[in-house]
Design a protein around this ligand. Structure first.
Ligand code: HEM
Length: 455
C-alpha cells in the first residue's frame, strides 16, 4: 500500500511503524521531515561531465555517506534518551540539468510534476522578480548539476567529511563553488539570522514528539507529509520512495541598511525609547527575541511562542506586511508552508542581537543560505515569494511588500500603527528600502536513497 501523504497524523517513532512507512523512511533523506543539526554546514555545487562517473559517485555517496530519515529520527530519540550524539548529515539534490546530463531523457523529465523545477531557477526570474542572472555570483550563473550538503554540530567533522567527499569526486567532475553555513545564536541559545531576530521557530511539523511539545491552543503545527514529499519518479517504487523539491537561494543581508531602516521607522513614528524595538518587529512580525508582535507590544516573557494566529489583529498589532504574516497568514494557506532548512553564512565581529549603532554593522558578505523543502516549488516557494511577499496588495490593498524579502519596485505608500493595538495609523509613507539581495540559486530535487543507491 502506498503511504498516504495526506494523512495529518504525525509520525510516531515510539509506536511500531507499518511496513510501508518504514520503507518510506528507510529510503528518504534526512533533514526533510525534521531539521538535522547543521550548525556547521558545507554546501558544495557540483557539475558532472561524465554520466557514468557521476552516477557512480552519487551511488558511492548514498551507500557510504548518507543515512536515511529513519536513522536520523532514531538518532534524535537516542540523543534525547541517552545524550548520545548522532552522525553527520549528508544530503544530495539534483537539478534538472543534472538529471539530464546523468542520462535521463527529456521525456523522462516530464515525470517531474513541478514546472519551476523543470525550468530551473534561471528561467524563473521574471516570475519572482529576481535580479538578472548576469548579476548573480559566478557559481550560480553556471550550470549546476547537484548540491551536496554536509552538516554537523562540530566544524572538524564537517571539514573532514568535506575533504573525503571531494577526494572521491571523479576527475571528470568539478566543484563549481561552495558555501559555508555557520549557525548564529543569541544569549538565550536560540538560532538567529543576521538582522538579529530568532529564526526557524515556526515550521510545519511531521513527527509526533515535536508536535507534542507544542501547546496547540491556537495554531496546529502538525502537517501532512504532502507539504514536503512527492513520489520520486525515477525510484524503483515511487509509491514507497519519496523525494522533495529543494529551493536554494543565497540571500545577502545588508545589516547596516536594515538597522538604519529600523531607526528611521522608529523616528518617523515618534516611538518612545522603550517602544523603539517595535519598529523592527513590525517589519519581521516578531521581536528580536522571537516574541510574536501580534501577541505582545513588547519583547520578553519566556520561551518563543508559535501558538498564535492573526485572527484578532486588524493590522494594528502586526502589520499585514510583516514578514511572518506575509509568509504564513495562518488563517489559510497551510498547504503553502515549506519546511525551511536554511543556515546563515558570513563572518562578523559584532553581536547581531545587541543595540550597537548601524555604522558598526556589516553591509554585505553576510546573509542567509535560504533552503526549503517543498512538494511544489510553484505552489509553495514561488507562490510565497510572488503572490505574497512581492505583492503590495496581499491581505489588504496597499499594505506593501514584505519588507524583508519582497522584490520589485516598492512604489505604493504604506501606513504603520502608531500605538500597538490602536486604530491610529501613521501618515502614508514610502516603504522601507530593500536590504536583502538574491545572489543566485537553483532548484533541486532531493531524491530517494533507493534511486541514488540504484543509479
Ligand atoms: C535573508 C532573508 C530572510 C530572513 C532574514 C528571514 C527571517 C525570518 C525570521 C526572523 C522569521 C521568524 C522566525 C520563525 O517564525 O521561524 C522567519 C520566518 C519565516 N520565513 Fe523568513 N527570512 C528570510 C527569507 C525567507 C524567504 C526567502 C522565505 C520564503 C519565500 C521565507 C519564509 C518564511 C516563513 C514561511 C517563515 C515562517 C512564518 C510562520 O510560520 O510564522 N523567509 N523568517
Amino acid at each position: 500500500m502506498p503511504v498516504d501523504l495526506t494523512n495529518a497524523h504525525p509520525l510516531d517513532l515510539a509506536a511500531a511503524l507499518d511496513a510501508d512507512t518504514k520503507a518510506m523512511l528507510d529510503n528518504l533523506q534526512p533533514n526533510i521531515l525534521r531539521a538535522h543539526v547543521r550548525e556547521h554546514l558545507s554546501v558544495l555545487f557540483v557539475r558532472f561531465n561524465d554520466a557514468a562517473e557521476g552516477r557512480a559517485f552519487l551511488r558511492y555517496l548514498a551507500t557510504t555517506k548518507m543515512k536515511s530519515a529513519r536513522k536520523h529520527l532514531e538518532e534524535v530519540r537516542d540523543f534525547a534518551a541517552r545524550g548520545r550524539r548522532g552522525t553527520p548529515y549528508v544530503g544530495v539534490g539534483i537539478s534538472k540539468a543534472g538529471y539530464r546530463d546523468l542520462g535521463h531523457s527529456v521525456e523522462d523529465m516530464r515525470k517531474f510534476g513541478d514546472k519551476p523545477f523543470r525550468d530551473g531557477m534561471k528561467r524563473r526570474i521574471a516570475d519572482v522578480n529576481d535580479p538578472p542572472v548576469e548579476q548573480w555570483e559566478w557559481t550560480y550563473q553556471r550550470e549546476i548539476h547537484a548540491v551536496i550538503l554536509i552538516g554537523d554540530a562540530e566544524p572538524d567533522t564537517v571539514a573532514a567529511l568535506r575533504e573525503e567527499i571531494i577526494s572521491e569526486l571523479p576527475e571528470s567532475a568539478r566543484v563549481l563553488g561552495e558555501e559555508t553555513g555557520r549557525g548564529l545564536r543569541n544569549p538565550a541559545g536560540d538560532g538567529i539570522e543576521h538582522f538579529g531576530y530568532v529564526d526557524g521557530r515556526s515550521q510545519p511539523l511531521f513527527v509526533k514528539d515535536e508536535v507534542d511539545r507544542e501547546p496547540k491552543q491556537h495554531w496546529n503545527p502538525a502537517f501532512p507529509l504532502s507539504n514536503v514529499l512527492v513520489p520520486d519518479p525515477f525510484a524503483p517504487d515511487p509509491s514507497r520512495h519519496h523525494g522533495s523539491y529543494l529551493v536554494f537561494r543565497k540571500l545577502e543581508q545588508n545589516v547596516k541598511a536594515f538597522k538604519e531602516v529600523e531607526q528611521e521607522l522608529a523616528d518617523s513614528l515618534g516611538l518612545a525609547v522603550a517602544d523603539r524595538d517595535r519598529a523592527g518587529a513590525m517589519l519581521v512580525g516578531r521581536f528580536k527575541d522571537g516574541t510574536p508582535l501580534t501577541l505582545k507590544p513588547k519583547a520578553g516573557g519566556g520561551p518563543v511562542s508559535n501558538d498564535f494566529t492573526f485572527d484578532a489583529d486588524d493590522g494594528s498589532k502586526c502589520p499585514f506586511s510583516g514578514h511572518i504574516r506575509k509568509t504564513n497568514p495562518r488563517d489559510f494557506g497551510r498547504e503553502v508552508l515549506m519546511a525551511r532548512r536554511g543556515q546563515t553564512y558570513g563572518e562578523r565581529t559584532d553581536d547581531p542581537w545587541d543595540d550597537s549603532p548601524p555604522e558598526t554593522r556589516p553591509s554585505g558578505e553576510v546573509g542567509l543560505l535560504f533552503m526549503a523543502f517543498n512538494s511544489s516549488l510553484l505552489d509553495q516557494f514561488e507562490f510565497t515569494q510572488r503572490s505574497w511577499a512581492n505583492n503590495p496588495d496581499f491581505l489588504n490593498p496597499a499594505t506593501g511588500h514584505d519588507p524583508v524579502i519582497g522584490q520589485g519596485a516598492r512604489d505604493v505608500k504604506v501606513t504603520f500603527p502608531k500605538v500597538w493595538g490602536k486604530p491610529e495609523m501613521s501618515v502614508p509613507q514610502t516603504q522601507v528600502a530593500q536590504t536583502v539581495t538574491m545572489k543566485g540559486g537553483e532548484y533541486f530535487f532531493a531524491p530517494s536513497l533507493a534511486y541514488l543507491r540504484n543509479m
